[in-house]
Design a protein around this ligand. Structure first.
Ligand code: KG4
Ligand code: ZN
Length: 328
């Protein structure tokens, strides 16, 4: 079965064709990130306008009009995300479904991130599993007992992990998005500053990163003492905050796996590209750890097509609605 997936929930405009849930036939991602880097964050109105400009050209790169008729179904992200951006993909997918008379499967963006671990993977994840979805807008833990069977067990109460990376990077004068910048700097430094690990020991699966950010602001103010940070301090601060964030993510995921009897942990979302997070999880969890190829960690259409295949619940096109704030 060949599914065409569309993803427009934020600043990536992405379309892909995936066969039988894991074989990528074609995948194109266009990003308006360079525009947002100038403003230090995504401006929703700008992102939506860029989606409108990019979608038809991206679709045209992935498939011709003739081939479009041979697609078996469409999958589209309907939420969560920025409403203006989501609407572009959702309305386009509805039009395709209606005109070509093909099924349309609405996909939750976060479940899409989970399925990026299935793409081109000869050994896809086993169930039951704990999914840690960590992105710019989300830090969520799920218990998944099979395809279509997920249960939300906890998530962030304030900032998402990616957002914490982005804000901390900005404080250090590094570029946007902050995660990759922090990772590069952390690699050059050592974790010598004590930072809090919020909620690491409590008995929920929730996270909170705003306290860490406040502690970080105070630490930077103390170090600056009216001057500016040197590059060694920046690298060491990056290493310290990366370690604090990863410690909490890893410790809660492993505890969830133990308590739910899951021998598998799957990482998804933009932060899953972080090599230190991967290494720490691999080094501390005795079960299996799965993560997507870094190129499928960021938003893409292939993960949406994969999620649509394994959770195949088509809906009449005129009942599909974009929903910016849906969780699970
Ligand atoms: O999933 P994603 O591409 O978009 C959202 O749906 O949010 O995630 C983007 C987030 C950003 O906050 C970015 O800083 C973070 O993922 N990120 C990273 C790394 N690469 C991207 N965080 C830590 N380490 C990385 N290597
Ligand atoms: Zn995402």
């Amino acid at each position: 079965m060949r599914i065409l997936g569309l993803e427009t929930s934020c600043d990536e405009t992405a379309v892909a064709i995936v066969r039988d849930g894991n074989k990528i036939i074609s995948s194109v991602v266009s990003s308006s990130l360079p525009l947002h880097a100038k403003t230090g964050g995504v401006i929703p109105e700008t992102a939506a306008r860029e989606q409108v400009k990019a979608l038809a050209p991206v679709l045209g790169k992935v498939i011709s009009l003739d081939e479009l008729r041979s697609i078996d179904a469409f999958g589209v992200t309907y939420g969560p995300g920025l409403i203006g951006s989501l609407l572009v993909g959702v309305e386009a997918a509805k039009t395709l479904s209606f005109t070509l008379q093909k099924p349309l499967v609405p996909v939750n963006h976060l479940i899409g991130h989970l399925y990026s671990a299935w793409l081109e993977n000869p050994q896809p994840p086993d169930f039951p599993l704990i999914a840690l979805i960590v992105s710019g807008g989300h830090t969520e833990l799920l218990f998944v007992s099979g395809h279509g069977n997920w249960r939300y067990i906890g998530g962030t109460r304030d900032d998402a992990a990616g957002e914490a990376f982005d804000k901390i990077a900005r404080l250090l004068g590094l570029g946007f998005p902050g995660g990759p910048e922090i990772e590069t700097r952390a690699h050059l430094g050592k974790s010598e500053f004590q930072l809090p690990r919020p909620m690491i020991g409590d008995n929920t699966y929730d996270f909170s990163f705003s306290g860490l950010k406040t502690a970080f602001v105070n630490l930077v103010d103390r170090l600056k003492k009216g001057g500016s940070l040197d590059q060694i301090q920046v690298n060491n601060l990056a290493a310290s905050c990366q370690e604090a964030i990863v410690d909490v993510l890893v410790s809660k995921s492993i505890r969830a796996a133990k308590e739910f009897g899951a021998n598998n942990i799957v990482l998804g979302g933009g932060v899953a590209a972080n090599a230190y997070l991967r290494k720490t999880l691999l080094g501390n969890f005795t079960g299996n750890v799965y993560f997507p190829d870094p190129k499928y960690s960021v938003d893409n259409g292939a993960m949406i097509a994969a999620a649509a295949y394994f959770n195949y619940k088509p809906m009449p096109w005129n009942e599909v609605r974009a929903d910016a704030s849906i969780l699970f």
